[in-house]
Design a binder for this molecule. Sequence first.
Ligand code: UD1
Length: 376
Amino acid sequence: MEKPLSWSTVVHAMGARPNFVKMAPIIRALAKRGSVRQVIVHSGQHYDLKLSDEILSDLDVPPPDRFLGVGSGTHGEQTGKALIGFERALMEEEPDLVVVAGDVNSTLACALAASKLGIRIAHVEAGLRSHDWTMPEEINRVLTDRLSDLLLTHSPEAGEHLLVEGIEADRIHFVGNTMIDSLRRLEPRARALAAWEARGLAARDYVLVTLHRPSNVDEPSRLEAIMDELAGLAERHPVLFPVHPRTRARLEAHDPARWSGVQLIEPVGYLEFLSLQLAAGAVLTDSGGIQEEASALGVPCYTLRRNTERPVTIERGTNLLLGDDPAAIGQIEPMAGEPVPCAIPLWDGRAAERIADIFEAVLAPASPVYESAVRG
Ligand code: UD1
C-alpha cells in the first residue's frame, strides 16, 4: 500500500546557535503547508538561555519535541553523546527523512545515526569547504555530505565541490540560503527594535565584533594581541563585542580592565544581533554565518581568519579576509554612507520554500526516490 504524504515524518536535528537560524524557515515552510508530521530534536550542544532559548524564540521555532541534554565536552564526548541520543530518538520516531544543517558536532552525530538506520538525510548548507582540515567544522561538513542523500547547496561553488568529491549530480540541489530567509523575514522587526540606540550607539559609527574560534581565542597570547588591537580601534570608534561563552571563559584568565574601552557584553538574541548588524559601520568576525549576513545586508565584514568556506561573500559581497595577524584589525574603518545590500543568486528569502518543494516531491508516494527507499 502506498503511504500518503501526510503520514510522512520529518525529523529536524539541531544543536547549536547557527543551526536554529538555518532550520527555522524550513520548519515554518513545512508547517504552513501542513503536508508532513514534523519532529524537532535538539541535542542540547548549546544550552544557555542566550545561545539557545532566546534565539529559538526570536525565530518563532516551536519548543523542541525532544531535548537530548548533550551539553559541553570534548569533541568526542559531545559527538558521541549526541550520536547515542539521536539514534534513540530516530528509532522511536521512525522518520522518513532527517534534516541536518551546517557543520557543528550535532550535525555529524545525527547524520551518522540516521545513515546507520537507513533513514534518508537532507543536509542544508552542503558543499561548503574551507580546505582547512584543522577545523572541526570542516571534518563535520565533509563527512555529513558523504552520508547525505539530498545535498542542499546555497552557492554554485558548493555544488562544484561535491561533484569533485564524486557525489552524484542528481543528489545536489541548489536551493539558496535559508539563513538569509530568516534575515529577510525578521529584518523589519530588527530595524524597528533599533538596538543600537538602547546601547547608546550611533548608526554606522560602531564596529560590531564576534570572535569564538579556538584558533583565535584559545591561545592566551593571541587573544591578548587581538584584545589590544580592539582597544586601539575603540579609541577611534565604539567597539561592541557580544562575547561567546568560549571566549568569556578564556578572557577570565586576563585582567579585562586593560581593555575597558571595548564594550564586552553577554551574547544577545537573534533579533538584537540582527538589529546591531543592520546599523553597524563594520563587522569583525570569525563566524561563518555572520560573513553571510553582513554580505546580504551590505555592511562591510572583516573576517579574522586565513580562509573562508564562503568565498561567495568575498566575490559578491562585502567580506574581506584579514588573515590571521591581529594587527590587521587596525585597518578596520566604519563605512561612510548607507549600505547597498548585495544580490547573491538565490539568497532571496525563498530558499526554504524550494526545500519544502523538494521534500514533498521526495516523500510523495509516486516519487521514484520514495519507492526505492521503502522497497529497500
Ligand atoms: C560551536 C560550533 C561552531 C559554531 C559555534 C556557534 C562545533 C564543532 N562548533 O562551537 O561551528 O560556530 O558553535 O556558537 O560544533 N558553552 C556554554 N553555553 C552553551 C554552549 C557552550 O557555556 O550554551 C561553552 C561550552 O561549555 C564550551 C564553549 O562554550 O566551553 C564552547 O562550546 P561548544 O558548543 O563546544 O563549541 P562552540 O565553540 O560553541
